[in-house]
Design a protein around this ligand. Sequence first.
Ligand code: AMP
Length: 455
Amino acid sequence: MSDILQVSATPVTSLAATHPNPAAAPADATLSGAFAELGLADALVRAVSDAGYTEPTPVQARAIPAVLDGSDLMVCSQTGSGKTAAFLLPAIERMQRAPREGSARGPRLLVLSPTRELATQITTAAEQFLRPFRRMRVVSILGGMPYRVQNAMLAKPYEILVATPGRLIDQLDRGRIDLSGVEMLVLDEADRMLDMGFIEPVEAIAAATPAARQTLLFSATLEGRVAGLARNLLRDPQRIEISTPQTRHDNIAQHIIRADDMAHKNKLMRHILLQPDVTQAVVFMATKRECDRVAQELGDEGFSVAAMHGDMEQRSRNWTLSQLRQGRVQVLVATDVAARGIDVPGLSHVINYDLPRAAEDYVHRIGRTGRAGARGTAISFAGPADGVVIKRIERYIDRKVDALVIPGLEARRPQRDAVDRVGRKPGFRPNSPGSYNKPGGGGFKRGAPRKPSRP
Ligand code: AMP
């Protein structure tokens, strides 16, 4: 039987409301300045403070002591909740406390990630936390990376290995990695790994590690196939389920704008991108071809823009991300490959040019803005037939998304969707014109909140 640790959302919400950084809002007032109180040694606490963290996030407050105790964990939390530090910090602490046993040369901590972007982010965080410990190294093994480079990285001793499952299996088959010294296995975004068909590689990798290892599973859901995976790989796990303001994206203003067709969407997108409060934006498209087309057109018009989708080589994806991070790219036009793992603090806006089919992808996409507790804005264009998708998203996020109308760019076509079902006449204009984002008026008017649609 698993021990269930449930964290009430109420104190999190109320504290976060006054906290300057909601992502980093402490779970409990008694935890103030509390990384050391969670059981981390001074050097690690200093590395955490150098990273700019002052208070543990709720998932860190619960997971760090449990990991230090040696428990297996199933943690329900999403990107943005601080989950990376929630496993890296106690893992590094444990490795510091007990030197490596035996003669195994491979990793002591193995982190599996579904995507290369997420893996890169985890590696960067690990490098930051390892700074005080000069002898410890992190290595990442990702698809798309030249084998020559990887082999060179694997030749020197290292403690932490961050990998995507496919490439790791490849390297295991070539006999380049020894997993017999793994003390802790972390499955990050386990639900996503299953969605991407990685179940067999994940199980094969786990089987190559010692059965006595500690296993931590992080996932947006702990039910269904994830529960099945956990049954196979975890031993008597503690469950941690946390609903933080960040996972609910309370710090992100969410809007829907009705759009007639692509020509209309193009006009809306340009109007939004030209607003002064849009510092950087990701525009999500349904297809790679459209992604290239829109990026090309925006570039021709003088926007600093880049495209990102699954047909692009990892090297060029990494380069694009670094350009985005350095603020050299203002608009990233992307497919869902960019929906997870991109952590760029300057991203002020997410535009869903096309709505994602899965509600979960909507949550991941909009989470690209509002990073580390900043405020963000997500605007989704809803075509005439998108009513079902909107309902699915609203049910999933358990809230209504405000309708927004841009004067002069109203939709003309009747909408066969939730917007119509709530009784608005075609040509509806909001009766409470509010300013958008800026006091005193921006370019948009906000619609009155939509009434709940019939179940
Ligand atoms: P993650 O959920 O691990 O992807 O983290 C989301 C973002 O929050 C990253 O930019 C982290 O650097 C940041 N972060 C994580 N923990 C904290 C903390 N305790 N205080 C402030 N920022 C944090």
